[in-house]
Design a binder for this molecule. Structure first.
Ligand code: SF4
Ligand code: SF4
Length: 143
């Protein structure tokens, strides 16, 4: 291998390195940066209580017994509170398919990790909103 061939290799490496510093990385700055998820993503659910009729079809459809319904807890005339156990849910989507009243949907929120198992029990307060705890890092707040 001659001197000029080695020099050419070094030049190609330097050119490649320079190009890479100028391009956006393929990775995401997770979890501080939300990546794109398609509309069909089966993330955690949202429960629209004003549409809910407390029919419990979602509870019956669930193969992992991840949903509990509390018909005594009402905000409207016919609705019920839903409690989701995200330590059991496998995100199969059967509960959403079973709901004929547009009261239960998947969202694109897929990062559900928590510090304790208890925090993965979602009561009606969390099932009705898309809000999440803000992420703080180095003095900056994300989300
Ligand atoms: S997505 Fe599947 S496992 Fe999860 S609550 Fe709905 S029916 Fe149950
Ligand atoms: S969310 Fe849908 S399927 Fe579940 S109880 Fe309410 S109306 Fe029935």
């Amino acid at each position: 291998m001659g001197f000029f061939s080695t020099l050419g290799d070094i030049f190609r490496v330097l050119r490649h390195t320079f190009r890479q510093t100028m391009t956006r990385p393929f990775t995401y700055f997770y979890p501080f940066e939300d990546r794109y998820y398609p509309d069909t993503t089966r993330g955690r659910h949202i429960h629209i209580r004003k549409n809910c009729t407390a029919c419990a079809q979602c509870v019956k459809a669930c193969p992992t017994i991840a949903i509990r319904i509390d018909k005594q807890d009402r905000m409207y005339e016919k609705d019920a509170a839903l409690h989701f156990d995200y330590t059991r849910c496998i995100f199969c989507g059967l509960c959403v398919q079973a709901c004929k009243f547009n009261a239960l949907f998947h969202t694109k929120i897929v990062d559900l990790s928590e510090e304790t198992r208890e925090d993965l029990q979602y009561g009606p307060d969390r099932m009705g909103t898309l809000e999440r705890k803000p992420l703080k890092w180095r003095g900056r707040t994300f989300r």
